[in-house]
Write a protein that binds this ligand. Structure first.
Ligand code: A3P
Length: 381
């Protein structure tokens, strides 16, 4: 299967088949009552789609298994006729009764104006740039309906220049952010959803004017947790042929984590990325988090992978509350991750111990969870 190329639509890089059908997308007629889920690709679209479908159904679990998520909430600008959809997104939507829930990855400036004319509600989800780039890289590897990403280094460079599907991440997140008060936009963050899904699901339900009981909220959070969605054929994209979505290259439900970027960025890549990020984001007050503070209950797990007795003793003397007292010197090698634990003595100027040798003290670091293990991450980047 030949992979598509990118073509510009008003200066934004777009999959060629979407660019060729642009007039169809541009003239799409939104209706009053339509709800839009808008994201930069790989920011948590599917997760939000499932949450919204469950809320809108009154948490009818069986009803939400009626078909795969991409058939329940239609991808507006997807004009490729293929295994995903047998008709173009806009055509399916035109035949659909109201109220409709619609998915898009369009940047704000390419949105059909009918959404604003009809005062439609939008749920926008942003994800920190580094994790978003990593997720998109792996998705491009496994998805033959996207251009070949090349190496991580090559893809990262293109991501930074905005020459990737749906254009610049920086423009996408900031343009939607700037418009959040002009329209009915609920602007959410992937990281907040990971941190406190009850709170964020509840916000979505209130925004949709379908408040849920405590029990229903718990049910939605459980059903939309990463492991449940990973194993649910209606949400994990396993219903599509593997010759174009090849989960053995990288599963669609890959990790669902905050901070996986640490396993991909070299120190040089990180420096270049951060410099470029600062410039591009200088004019906005939008702030995204690329790591999450860790939960106190994780001490026993942390101790599990601490295999030197002396280090164990040191850790055991630390109160569980003080999660900020463990850190790893900034290293981007995943092999160093579990061994790099040290005891932090905030700004004391002393050295700390770690698995191998000694490292200078840094402050403002915190422990964070990573796939059932615990690693240490910088909180202030
Ligand atoms: P990773 O590749 O980092 O694992 P989208 O739906 O916009 O394509 O985004 C896909 C990303 O969201 C993938 O990220 C996927 O694993 C993650 N994801 C999907 N469902 C999730 C869930 N319930 N909890 C956490 N992450 C989820």
């Amino acid at each position: 299967m030949e992979r598509p190329k990118l073509l510009p639509v008003h200066g934004v890089a777009m999959l060629d088949f979407i660019a060729r059908d642009w007039s169809l997308v541009e003239s799409f007629k939104a209706r009053p009552g339509d709800v839009l889920i808008a994201t930069y690709p790989k920011a948590g679209t599917t997760w939000t789609q499932e949450i919204v479908d469950l809320i809108q159904s009154g948490v009818d679990v069986e009803f939400c298994k009626r078909s795969p998520v991409y058939e329940r909430i239609i991808f507006m600008e997807w004009t490729g006729i293929n295994f995903v959809m047998h008709r173009k997104g806009v055509e399916v939507l035109n035949d659909m009764p109201s109220p409709r829930t619609i998915k898009t990855h369009l940047p704000y400036q390419l949105m059909p104006s009918s959404f604003w004319d009809n005062d439609c509600k939008v749920i926008y989800i942003a994800r920190n740039a580094k994790d978003n780039a990593v997720s998109a890289f792996h998705f491009n590897r496994m998805n033959k309906l996207h251009p070949e990403p090349g190496t991580w280094e090559e893809y990262l460079h293109r991501f930074m220049t905005g020459n990737v599907c749906w254009g610049s991440w920086h423009d996408h997140v900031t343009d939607w952010w700037n418009m959040r008060e002009r329209h009915r936009i609920l602007y959410l963050f992937f990281e907040d959803m990971k941190e406190d899904p009850m709170r964020e699901v509840s916000r979505i339900a209130r925004f949709l004017e379908s408040p849920l009981s405590e029990q229903q909220l718990r049910e939605v959070v459980k059903l939309t947790s990463f492991p449940v969605m990973r194993d649910n054929p209606m949400t994990n994209y396993s219903t599509l042929p593997t010759d174009f979505l090849n989960h053995s290259v990288s599963p669609f439900m890959r990790k669902g984590d905050v901070g996986d970027w640490r396993n991909h960025f070299s120190a040089a890549q990180l420096e270049a990325f951060e410099q470029d990020y600062k410039k591009k984001m200088a004019a906005t007050d939008l702030r995204l988090r690329d790591s999450l503070p860790c939960r106190p209950a994780s001490l026993p797990l942390l101790l599990n992978w601490w295999n030197e007795e002396q280090q164990k003793e040191e850790v055991e003397t630390v109160e569980v509350k003080k999660w900020g007292t463990f850190l790893q010197p900034r290293s981007f090698s995943s092999s160093l991750w579990p061994r790099g634990c040290v005891q932090e003595k905030h700004n004391s100027g002393k050295k700390e111990k770690r698995g191998e040798g000694e490292v200078p003290i840094r402050s403002g670091l915190s422990v964070c969870r990573r796939q059932g293990e615990f690693g240490i991450a910088s909180r202030h980047r």
